[in-house]
Ligand binder design. Sequence first.
Ligand code: ATP
Ligand code: MG
Length: 357
Amino acid sequence: MNDINSYKGELSFWFMVDKDVSAGEKVAKKVVKKVAKKKEDKGPQLIDLPGVGPGAVAKLEAAGIYELMGLAVLTPTGLSDMAGMSEAVARKAIQAARKMMDMGFIDGLAHEEKRKELFHITTGSKNVDNLLGGKGIQTKSITEAFGAFGSGKTQLALSLAVGVQLPIESGGANGKAVYIDTEGTFRPERVRQFAEGIGANADKVLKNILVARAFNSDHQMLLLDRVADLIKDGEPIRLMIIDSLTAHFRAEFSGRGMLADRQQRLNRYLHNLMKVAEQNNLAVYVTNQVMSDPAQMFGDPTKAIGGNIVGHACTYRMYLRRGKKDSRVCKLIDSPDLPDNETVFMIETDGLRDLDV
Ligand SMILES: Nc1ncnc2c1ncn2[C@@H]1O[C@H](COP(=O)(O)OP(=O)(O)OP(=O)(O)O)[C@@H](O)[C@H]1O
Ligand SMILES: [Mg+2]
């Protein structure tokens, strides 16, 4: 926890791609305005819960909990620690939140209706879009791309960051992207090329991508709260990219004895990612490296970092590898609603190009 605190000083680290140094200040000002803005929002708020006063709300918000759902899923002990209230009061508040939210079953038809709110975001390749069900990646889910270095994970991320900005009828979600860069591989000039490839204004496209460099796994986790803040402040974010999801966790928890700790933290992070994705109807795209698996005797001796934890948390998993003649092969694995299948595309200067399968 101390590590996290030491990063609080860096919360103004957010910057726009155009190097607008005042962006951090703007965010800070917006945060101040937030309390006033909240009152205009509809529906029950944290403050409406019994035993939850303004002080408790401030503490909860500092911990990244802004909505009833965030509170409703806490345990009484967790809430009591976070908000500085007794466990009895915490239990009452949680019960009230659950009641207000009508957290129960919904029938299949209502569920289908809810899924219609989803947005889809084109990857820039029709082949890959089709692999993912026809329209690319979707909101309220996590899509993972894993593969060796140079397999195209970052190129796909950059292409999505452009695609999300397209109008809905052109395969986008008419929104902005957040790019959490853990490896320093975000390249504005590549975004420019992708934007120009579809005839878009490259400056505008870059302006709609909010980039933050995450220096370690604590910082990476903390930045998720900042994304929630940005959305609260009205930024129309529809896509969050984490490139790479696992690199920091892998580097920091490398010893054998640290594996359980690493998995636990990764699990918590993925859980929070999913929560942000569901609560805000946004798509999450994460990249993941592979390692060689000495136990594998036949076929491809590589497997994704993070094992089952990452596999189970991600709704869609794509395995990327180099194919013949500089092509990229993209394989969909273990999807809840789509057949396992694979397709081929090329990475070109001005975008992704399809190849006949
Ligand atoms: N301007 C370009 N024109 C054509 N191909 C390019 C261009 N820029 C990059 N590429 C291709 O993309 C590859 C890099 O892909 P990418 O950066 O997506 O890899 P990655 O999967 O993210 O790897 P890592 O695990 O190292 O991050 C290069 O090896 C090259 O083949
Ligand atoms: Mg990369």
